[in-house]
Each structure stands twice: as structure tokens, then as C-alpha cells.
Design a protein around this ligand. Structure first.
Ligand SMILES: NC(=O)c1ccc[n+]([C@@H]2O[C@H](COP(=O)([O-])OP(=O)(O)OC[C@H]3O[C@@H](n4cnc5c(N)ncnc54)[C@H](OP(=O)(O)O)[C@@H]3O)[C@@H](O)[C@H]2O)c1
Length: 231
């Protein structure tokens, strides 16, 4: 699909990669950009339409889908990352919280917007995943598991939404320079570059966008005798 004249809905669009998506969509000629955020007052980008949305709140999800019936591109960007070692007392609670946003949130939004996408000609869904869909870092198992589950979900959605002409694209990326990785002293991609690459992938009809070297290396390793996830 083309970004020119698209109507784009982005979750978690107040900061980080979501805000970069909003800027990139406007730069690519989108006709309208809905910038969804838990606190719509925190949306500071000129030219977008702020929408109140916690992706874990079914009533807000339904209200957003009703209000934004002209959407042609849904970007499931909102995400949380909380560390927990697997045997920690709170590990399962921590995992459930992350699954609510990173997995069920993506599912709920796509379910809610699928009818509008179909009515508007098919359109596309972009799911923001991670290199950690394919690799589990000690201490981040709950996050990795949520992103692995969201990868499986994306693949299921792709197959099922094909019939209504909706393209589903997955974005895999390693460290980006956002609040999520603040304090980590490691090379990071610029969110603006990742957003631009992902939108280019959507325009090219890609089922998957690998936005950095680490994502390409880990994906490439999966079918080798020493896949990255083996440690
Ligand atoms: N940063 C990285 O290195 C990295 C790498 C790979 C993938 N990712 C993924 O990229 C996406 C964007 O992350 P980021 O790096 O931009 O992180 P970020 O700066 O921490 O921003 C996270 C965004 O998600 C929103 N959010 C969290 N829970 C939400 C909920 N329940 N409902 C609605 N919005 C919610 C936040 O809203 P509030 O402002 O209200 O908290 C914020 O807008 C996430 O899916 C993340 O998992 C990030």
C-alpha cells in the first residue's frame, strides 16, 4: 500500500518509535495520522490527531475503532519491557502484564480495526516486534516470550487477513535509542531511521522488515546448527 493519502493509526505515538512513526507518516504524505496514547495530552507533534487509548482497555479500543473508521494503516507500536528472571517470585505476574500490552493489545487492536481496513480497501497492519522474538536474553524472558507470541500472532493474522486484502508486516529490530533502553550503553538505531525503513517495507509489500544488522544476523542463524537462541 502507499503512504501517500493513507490514514494511519499509531498506538503509543506520544514518544519513542511511535512518535517517529507519526513524523515519518506525515513526511510520507499521509492524509491523516491518529496518534494514540494513554495520555493524549502528551502528544506534542503538530499535525496529528491525538486519541486516548490504553491498548489493554477493551472499551477504549472499541471507541477508537468506532471514531477512526477511515483508517487504512494500523501500526501496533505500543509496548512495555520489564525485566524479571524466570524463577523470580513475580516473574509470571510480570510476564502477564507484558503479554497484556505486547500480545493481547496487538490482537485486540487488529481485531477492532480489521472491519474498517476491509471497508477502506484492505490496507495494512504493521506489528512492532523485536529481534527478541527470536532470541531470549537472560532477565528478559517475559518480554521475549511476549514478542515471540506476537510474531506467531502476526503470522496468523497475515494468513487470515489476506482474504480481505489486508497486508500484515512484522518489524524486527534490536536496540533503539528510546526511553525503553535509557541507561543501556550499547549501539542503538535511531527511531526515525527504523520508522522510515518500516514504512518503506509496507510500501514495498514486505511481510517482514529487518531493520538492523542484529535482526538480520539472528534471523539468518535460525536454520543453522548454532542458532542465536541456543546461547
Ligand atoms: N527500544 C528498543 O530498543 C526496542 C527494540 C525492539 C522493539 N521495541 C519495541 O518498539 C515499540 C516502541 O517502543 P519504544 O522503544 O518507543 O519504547 P518507549 O519509548 O518506552 O515507548 C513505549 C510506548 O508504548 C506506550 N504504551 C505502553 N503501554 C501501553 C498501553 N497499555 N497502552 C497504550 N500505550 C502503551 C507508551 O505510552 P506511555 O507514554 O503512556 O507509557 C509509549 O508511548 C515497543 O513495541 C517495543 O517493544 C523497542
Amino acid at each position: 500500500m502507499k503512504l501517500k493519502n493513507a490514514v494511519v493509526f499509531i498506538t503509543g505515538a506520544n514518544r519513542g518509535l511511535g512518535r517517529a512513526f507519526a513524523e515519518a507518516a506525515l513526511a510520507a504524505g499521509a492524509a491523516k495520522v491518529y496518534a494514540a496514547a494513554r495520555d493524549p495530552a502528551s502528544v506534542d507533534l503538530p499535525g496529528v490527531v491525538p486519541i486516548a487509548l490504553d491498548v489493554t482497555d477493551p472499551a477504549q479500543v472499541a471507541a477508537a475503532a468506532t471514531r477512526c473508521g477511515d483508517v487504512t494503516l494500523l501500526i501496533n507500536n505500543a509496548g512495555v519491557s520489564q525485566a524479571a528472571t524466570v524463577l523470580a517470585d513475580d516473574a509470571i505476574d510480570t510476564a502477564r502484564r507484558q503479554f497484556e500490552t505486547n500480545f493481547f493489545g496487538v490482537w485486540a487492536l487488529t481485531q477492532a480495526f480489521a472491519p474498517a481496513l476491509q471497508a477502506n480497501g484492505g490496507g495494512a497492519v504493521l506489528n512492532v516486534l523485536s529481534v527478541l522474538s527470536w532470541l531470549t536474553v537472560p532477565g528478559l524472558t517475559p518480554y521475549s516470550a511476549s514478542k515471540s507470541a506476537a510474531w506467531a500472532l502476526s503470522n496468523g493474522l497475515r494468513g487470515e487477513l489476506k482474504a480481505q486484502g489486508t497486508q500484515v508486516t512484522s518489524l524486527h529490530v534490536g536496540y533503539m535509542d528510546t526511553d525503553m533502553t535509557r541507561g543501556l550503553d550499547t549501539p542503538k538505531s535511531a527511531p526515525a531511521d527504523v520508522a522510515r525503513l518500516a514504512l518503506e517495507g509496507i510500501e514495498a509489500g514486505a511481510f517482514e522488515v529487518l531493520a538492523d544488522d542484529i535482526s538480520r544476523q539472528v534471523k539468518q542463524s535460525l536454520s543453522t546448527a548454532t542458532p542465536a537462541y541456543a546461547g
